[in-house]
Design a protein around this ligand. Sequence first.
Ligand code: GLY
Ligand code: MN
Ligand code: MN
Length: 441
Amino acid sequence: MSQSITIEEYQKRRARLLARLKKASAHAIAVIPSAQLQTRSRDTEFPFRQDSDFFYLTGFNEPNAVLVLAPHADAPVQLYCQPISPHEEVWHGRRLGVDKAAETLGIDFAASIDDVDDHLYALLDGTEKVYFAHDKHDLAAQLYSIADELRASPKQGHQAPQAWVDINPWLAEMRIIKSPAELELMREAARISVLAHKRAMLFAKPGKFEYQVAAEIHHEFAMHGAISPAYGTICGGGENACILHYTENQSELRDGDLLLIDAGAEYQGFAGDITRTFPVNGRFTETQKELYNVVLAAQQAALATLKPGSNLPTAMKAAGKTLTEGLHALGILKGSLKKLIDDEAFRPFMIHGLGHWLGLDVHDVGTYTQEGKKRKFEPGMVLTIEPGIYIPKGMPNVDEKWHGIGIRIEDDVIITENGHENMTSAVPKTVAEIEQWMTAK
Ligand code: GLY
Ligand code: MN
Ligand code: MN
């Protein structure tokens, strides 16, 4: 079990935001809401999952809460949360409550969420800039409605905010570089995800169903303290592997097919995100092996480029070149190799990107360009590298022997001072490693 993020680290994050607010304006505030429960069916809800930005700034895991940062106020860090209520708690679960919030979370002031509009009315009055996430429409409606009230009473000296600014770019820039404590939690999310993939490889057999493989994975996650997957688990046997976000997981696994599993644990908010593709019966056919080794070589070529100062398009170029060479060598791509490489002829076989930032969100925040240029890697960034080849049935101009094969290989990587650390390399990956793991039960 890895250490959680300390109160001091949360305080430092909020202090950084407070300093930026102060610099941005003589009178600016930021409003960051928690997630809300979402209805699953009538009066039952989906399991609660905290908003990543709110969690990043508070570590507080309840719905119906709002964090306000107001550098000019007597209490610059304010939390509005659900008050203690024996009736509500006996139905819906324990609450931290207002009285304990300030000390437990290291904030300056706490009050009931029932009073947040009154406090926001006072805080917004005369404020120059209000920072909030512009994709949070419920919050926007709440803030604009309060601003309308202020606008309606200028003779009483009230004044609505002058500017609404999106806070997402600031938070994304903070979150894209992971602290040492965050990296520890990400290594744990990765470690648990590795165990689950190894378990799935041992479990899979002809006649098992995709959802049974998913159940094995989720069981392993939970046994290590990761009670939820970080995203919808993908278990795609045979041609189902060609559907990139296949989450139906209803089919029976067939002898002679490959199984693509894309699954990652969520541990203390952080995502793992691993894909492996392996034979249901433990042995690759020659055809599968040939195509698999092309994807593997492409992943290795991409991984080899990862270091500070490099960038994702450079890794993509290496992967793309290797995929094209491999597809050409197998006769799937025909013609001049140089021209095929220049034309990125692999593209119809891999329509998705090579990878993405990884963190509290599986597709984590952070831009991929900076000032119009490719974004350079820096130590503390975490990303996935996940090339694939997908040849659905009926793909034109491709020999039928390749039809119905989808292969992706995905690992989670930290950019370090001198290069990179692959956190998920312990899942068997070469043909020999996979066959050995699956048959040496
Ligand atoms: N599991 C989603 C992805 O690999 O991007
Ligand atoms: Mn994935
Ligand atoms: Mn991914």
